[in-house]
Design a protein. Structure first.
Length: 115
């Protein structure tokens, strides 16, 4: 199962990006979705997650108030709106889908924030 993450790029501090994560319809159904990131030379870290119905999202403290996660069931896609980006947000961003005990991962998309 392949999740397709896209939307990364290079921006200056204070800028915005919107990441997308498209999943096959069978994978998207009845799953929670999440975003993680891996900064250069560091461990992978949690960024955000959203429930199947999209009624509840949870964020890492480092991104609260700046990032918003959402999902569009019609498009089988989850989004991560990132505002007021900081250089420390520079990382490879990866999305996942969790269905029961199974976790699906997609390839990452690079986000680079310059000061």
């Amino acid at each position: 199962v392949q999740l397709q993450a896209s939307g990364g790029g290079s921006v200056e501090a204070g800028g915005s990006l919107r990441l997308s994560c498209k999943a096959p319809a069978r994978t998207f159904a009845r799953t929670s979705m999440g975003w993680f990131r891996q900064p250069p030379g560091k461990e992978r870290e949690f960024v955000a997650t959203i429930t199947w119905a999209g009624e509840m999202a949870r964020y890492a403290d480092s991104v609260k108030g700046r990032f918003t996660m959402s999902r569009d069931h019609a498009k089988d896609t989850a989004y991560l709106q990132m505002n007021n980006l900081k250089p420390e947000d520079t990382a490879v961003y990866l999305c996942n889908a969790v269905k029961g005990t199974v976790v699906y991962w997609g390839r990452g998309t690079q986000v680079t924030v310059s000061s």
